[in-house]
Design a protein around this ligand. Structure first.
Ligand code: TNX
Length: 527
């Protein structure tokens, strides 16, 4: 009996040692920069084979006294402190601080000519991040985060070592607009949820969050001159639950939070259709002068503003004026989609007038591709989602296209027939399908010079809370981010899926509820 027990003990020891060896093999040694899994894939990586070690003595230095650079340095320090426990002071300097430090510096345009571009040089002694603009430094910081072990993203104190492989990365985006849309109208998402979503975008170097702020089921932004829009029109949501809205202060806070991450907010007020929440809030906006009922279903295309009433344009002008004043970004999105009950002869002049109103308030127009039926200014942008003719109409008028093809970028679509959340009118979109496409060749005749960028919309008819949102967003969003950032010539699904698989650890560290697609090698992550 004793003999057998000892035998068992030895066997257990052998199994333990084998397990430990296997685990240590799986723990990557951070010594080959070119093998790191950075998403979006950088333009160029030169590895030098060693590693820099971040430790309690590492300082973060910024060039000069700029408050903006200080804030960027502090963003990095705050993030690193949570998991490493290191208190990194952000200090100003006029020269390279030398050994043991991270140095953030604005270089001349000859080093990095592109907006949002950066150059990251890591030696055994220090880390130097150079960019033309603060935005470039911020993007480069995301690369530094992704070069550290995944556990750096955890919200509790972790053990080091905190190694970064040495070498040089030079990088800049292919498209200037790389965004996601969140529909907060069908289901409302709190400011804190929106901020978490913004952090996801920031991590993958995206730079726009489009907020779909109104629809048939709810009005989500306070308009002081039309208060019922939110107090009544924002009171419910799909399914009949309590809705919600952002006060102007809360909206401004979201704008500021995004701005600190070099992310522009594009607010959307959808009109003349998708407008029942407003029609229910104000009787005078209806052609028959009678308020409609609040709506909590998921049909589309049944509501319209009364396009030949003067009050309609007073309403639009007030809304756009208040929203423009709160929005530092260049665009106001006017929707314009699926206005099935607006006559074409009413739709066209309506969109023309609204375009003028937006321009009069100092903003540019963005709208769904149907707005191309009207006379677009060359500064306007049509967001392509399904109709190639509309896209062609847009570029014929000299306006640009934002690429959101439903069959590729609609991350509210189910992954496959077994996905319980989501819709599937545009098809099932597995992770490979949402990655394998090129904005510049998708619509014949619409080349790269006509395209502003890409955006992944998340409609929320079936998405009620944050973990559901995360399940639809991850892991498709990083792929869309890469399509916007990395040139098509450097993109390859078989190579990408390995990098994506390694991000599984990062999703876990960030507590993200992701879809563990069978198409992705998830390394040793057990979702
Ligand atoms: C179409 S695409 C819509 C939305 C829906 C979405 C659901 C577009 C501009 N409009 O109203 O929420 O499909 O996938």
């Amino acid at each position: 009996m004793i003999y057998r027990k000892q035998n068992f003990g030895i066997a257990a020891l052998i199994i333990f040692v084998m397990f430990a060896i296997q685990m240590s093999c799986k723990t990557k040694t951070a010594s080959d920069l070119s093998k790191e899994s950075i998403i979006p894939k950088p333009l160029s990586i030169e590895a030098t084979g060693g590693f820099f070690v971040l430790n309690a003595g590492t300082g973060i230095y910024i060039q000069g006294e700029s408050a903006e650079l200080k804030q960027i340095g502090q963003y990095l320090a705050d993030r690193l402190k949570i998991s490493t426990g290191y208190e990194m002071d952000v200090k100003s300097t006029t020269k390279d601080p030398g050994t043991g430090n991270i140095y953030l510096t604005l270089s001349g345009t000859d080093v990095i000519p592109e907006d949002e571009g950066y150059k990251l040089t890591i030696t055994k002694k220090n880390v130097k991040l150079e960019a033309k603009s603060p935005a470039g430094l911020f993007r480069g910081i995301q690369t530094i985060r992704q070069l550290l072990p995944a556990k750096v993203e955890m919200s509790t104190l972790q053990e080091g070592p905190w190694e970064i492989a040495t070498g040089t990365i030079t990088d800049h985006p292919d498209y200037s607009y790389r965004g996601a849309m969140l529909d907060v109208a069908r289901h409302f998402f709190s400011s804190d949820d929106v901020k978490r979503f913004i952090d996801f975008l920031a991590y993958y170097k995206m730079n726009v969050l489009h907020l779909h702020l109104s629809d048939d089921q709810g009005w989500r932004i306070e308009i002081k001159s039309w208060p019922n829009l939110t107090t009544y029109g924002g009171s419910t949501q799909v399914g009949g639950g309590t809705g919600g809205y952002y006060t102007q202060e809360q909206y401004s806070e979201i704008v500021k939070y995004a701005g600190e991450r070099y992310i522009t907010i594009v607010p959307e007020i959808d009109m003349p259709g998708h407008i029942n929440a407003a029609l229910a809030s104000y009787a005078e906006l209806n052609c028959d002068g009678k308020a409609t009922k609040l709506y909590t279903g998921t049909e589309v295309g049944f509501s319209t503003l009364c396009t030949n009433k003067e009050i309609t344009y007073k309403f639009v002008d007030d809304v756009v004026r208040e929203l423009a004043a709160l929005t530092p970004g260049p665009y106001i999105h006017i929707g314009g989609d699926e206005s099935h009950v607006t006559k074409k002869e009413d739709y066209i002049p309506f969109v023309n007038k609204v375009q003028d109103i937006v321009l009069a308030h100092g903003k540019l127009v963005m709208g769904w591709d149907e707005i191309s039926l009207s006379s677009l200014k060359s500064s306007s942008v049509a967001q392509y989602w399904a109709n190639a003719e509309n896209a062609n109409n847009t570029v014929k008028q000299g306006a640009k296209i934002l690429m959101s093809p439903a069959a590729k970028t609609y991350i509210d679509m189910k992954y496959d027939s077994t996905t319980t959340l989501g819709l599937h009118w545009a098809g099932y979109i597995e992770v490979d399908s949402s990655y394998i496409w090129d904005p510049a060749t998708l619509v014949p005749g619409i080349g790269k010079d006509k395209i502003l960028g890409v955006e992944a919309p998340l409609w929320t008819e079936t998405i009620t809370k944050m973990d559901e949102l995360e399940y639809m967003v991850f892991p498709r969003l990083p792929g869309i981010a890469e399509i916007g950032w990395t040139p098509a010539s450097l993109r390859n699904w078989n190579e990408y899926k390995v990098r994506l698989g390694l991000h599984g650890e990062r999703f876990k560290a960030m507590n993200i509820d992701f879809y563990p697609s069978g198409l992705v090698p998830w390394d040793d992550v057990n979702p």
